[in-house]
Ligand binder design. Structure first.
Ligand SMILES: O=C(O)CCC(=O)C(=O)O
Length: 245
C-alpha cells in the first residue's frame, strides 16, 4: 500500500495515499484530525503531561504484595489474590475453539452504577469511579467535548498480551460512538483495518501519554487490534472511555 506521512519529521504514523484518507495537524489541540473512509479519528501523541502519565503507571499497579517496579507480572499466578490499591484488576476467561482460556490481558470495568456492559461474551458490572480515574476522564472530556459514563481498562503485562480483531459496535454504545483511548506505559501498535477490504490498514503507535479518539461510522466499517509484540517486556495500560446507554 502506498503511504504518506505528512511531514515525515513529525507525523508519527503513515496514512494510505488513497482517496478518503487524510491527517491534518490541529495546532489548538496539539494533534491530528484524521479522516478514513467511513470514519474519523483524532491522535495526540503527547496529550498527557509526562508527570501525569508516570503517576498513572504507578497508580494502576500499586498493591500490597509486590514492588511494582521490579515484579514480572506475567509470573504472578493468581492476580485475584493481590490487593491492588486503586484498580480492581481481574483475569477473565474466554471460550476459544471449545476450550476455556485466560484472556491475554487483565481488565477492569468502571462506570456509573447500572451501566453493565457485555463484550467477548463477558458481562461486566462496573466498579465505582475513583478520584484518579475521574481526573483522567475530566482531561479527556475537556478536550473532546464528549461525555463518558463508562471505562474499560486493559493491562497488557508484556508484549505477549494482546487484543484480537474486533470493533466496538455493541448496541449499548449507540450508533456512531465516540470512544476515547488513553495510553500509558510501553508503546504498542494499534491497528485498524477495513472490514470489507482487510488489506486497507493503518497503524497508530500508542505511546506513554497518547490520546486517540475514534468516531463517526468507524466501528461499523473498521475493526481494530493490538497485535503481539514479543520483544516488549514492559506493561502497557489502555483506558477506553465510552458512553453506555
Ligand atoms: O488497547 C487498546 O489500545 C485497544 C482497546 C480496545 O480496543 C478495547 O478494549 O476494545
Amino acid at each position: 500500500m502506498d503511504l504518506f506521512s505528512g511531514n515525515p519529521e513529525q507525523m508519527p504514523f503513515a496514512m494510505p495515499r488513497s482517496p478518503g484518507f487524510d491527517a491534518v495537524w490541529a495546532e489548538d489541540r496539539r494533534g491530528y484530525n484524521i479522516t478514513v473512509p467511513n470514519g474519523a479519528m483524532f491522535y495526540s501523541e503527547c496529550f498527557f503531561e509526562k508527570k501525569v502519565s508516570d503517576r498513572c503507571v504507578e497508580y494502576f499497579q500499586e498493591n500490597d504484595s509486590y514492588d511494582w517496579k521490579n515484579v514480572r507480572w506475567r509470573d504472578v499466578e493468581d492476580i485475584s489474590k493481590i490487593c491492588f490499591k486503586n484498580i480492581n484488576w481481574k483475569q477473565d476467561n474466554i471460550r476459544l475453539y471449545g476450550k476455556t482460556v485466560p484472556l491475554p490481558r487483565l481488565t477492569a470495568w468502571y462506570g456509573d452504577e447500572g451501566r453493565n456492559y457485555t463484550y467477548s461474551g463477558i458481562t461486566s458490572k462496573p466498579n465505582p469511579w475513583n478520584e484518579g480515574l475521574l481526573y483522567i476522564r475530566r482531561l479527556v472530556e475537556q478536550d473532546c467535548g464528549a461525555q463518558f459514563n463508562s471505562l474499560l481498562l486493559n493491562w497488557y503485562r508484556d508484549g505477549a498480551d494482546h487484543l484480537s480483531w474486533h470493533s466496538d459496535d455493541e448496541r449499548e454504545l449507540g450508533r456512531n460512538p465516540v470512544i476515547a483511548s488513553a495510553n500509558f506505559g510501553a508503546e504498542r501498535d494499534f491497528v485498524i483495518r477495513r472490514k470489507d477490504d482487510k488489506s486497507q490498514k493503518v497503524v497508530f503507535p500508542l505511546r506513554h501519554g497518547t490520546l486517540l479518539l475514534m468516531s463517526g461510522a468507524l466501528q461499523h466499517h473498521w475493526e481494530h487490534a493490538v497485535p503481539k509484540r514479543t520483544k516488549i517486556s514492559g506493561s502497557r495500560f489502555n483506558l477506553t472511555f465510552r458512553h453506555v446507554a
